[in-house]
Design a binder for this molecule. Structure first.
Ligand SMILES: [Zn+2]
Length: 235
């Protein structure tokens, strides 16, 4: 049995740090052995962190609802109708769905979260478009763009969870997706503005994105190859 040199707490061989004061355990007679059962589960620490995040998310949710109510009341009292406060309330609702809801619904499948975010964004932009009778950007610009982002998001979730993509290749997937998203955005903007696609600024994103994606892809391939060779040699 080891004891902490700083505070004297009894320590297990599966502990790298003193649980009380955090001092590193260094006992040459009884070195650290990660295979031994831990005195307490790391799962509990994770659950505690998740509960704290949920608690914070609930507090922010209540604050957001209060801000929305106050804005609508002020709007009604001073202007006699719900005008600008509608946008405040909708922006708060959109932020809640995209940022806080994933914290509260931790067990929800990521695919469902991406779909929910895309639908919320589509609804938000639809209301914005409808509030101005002269605007016509919803069907031609906003909707296809959100759908493209949504599909890229789903593709990322699928590849990250699949067995095709390993380690650093996940970074490749994200970086290349950003490049494709920017190319899509410029294509849609070009079509919306002058009905002709002339890719211009998006090249400054696409080329570096593909280069960085390729580098991470190759690095991971090399790492896997090195691991395979090392394993072979040991056998
Ligand atoms: Zn200690």
């Amino acid at each position: 049995m080891s004891y902490c040199v700083n505070c004297g707490v009894e320590l297990e061989a599966s502990q790298r740090q003193c649980p009380l004061c955090g001092v590193e355990v260094n006992n040459p007679a009884r070195p650290y052995d990660p295979t031994l059962p831990r005195p307490y589960s790391a799962h509990i620490v994770r659950i505690q962190a998740r509960l704290e995040r949920r608690y914070l998310a609930w507090i922010i949710t209540v604050l957001m609802i209060l801000i929305a109510i106050v804005c609508v009341m002020v709007d009604l009292v001073y202007y006699g109708s719900v005008s600008w406060s509608l946008y405040v309330a909708l922006s708060l609702a959109l932020s809640w769905i995209t940022v806080l809801f994933p914290l509260l619904a931790a067990s929800m499948h990521p695919v469902m979260l991406v779909l929910l975010d895309a639908c919320a964004l589509l609804a938000f932009l639809y209301v914005l478009n409808e509030s101005d009778p002269s605007s016509d950007w919803y069907l031609r610009l906003a909707m296809p763009q959100v759908m493209l982002f949504g599909m890229l998001g789903l593709l990322n979730v699928f590849l990250w969870r699949s067995s095709f993509v390993h380690g650093w290749q996940k970074i490749s997937v994200v970086v290349v997706s950003i490049g494709v998203a920017m190319m899509g955005l410029e294509t849609l903007l070009d079509l919306f503005n002058d009905m002709a696609v002339t890719l211009d600024w998006s090249w400054f994103v696409i080329i570096p994105a593909f280069a960085v994606g390729l580098i991470f892809f190759i690095l991971e391939r090399k790492r896997l190859l090195k691991d395979a060779i090392t394993k072979r040699l040991r056998i």
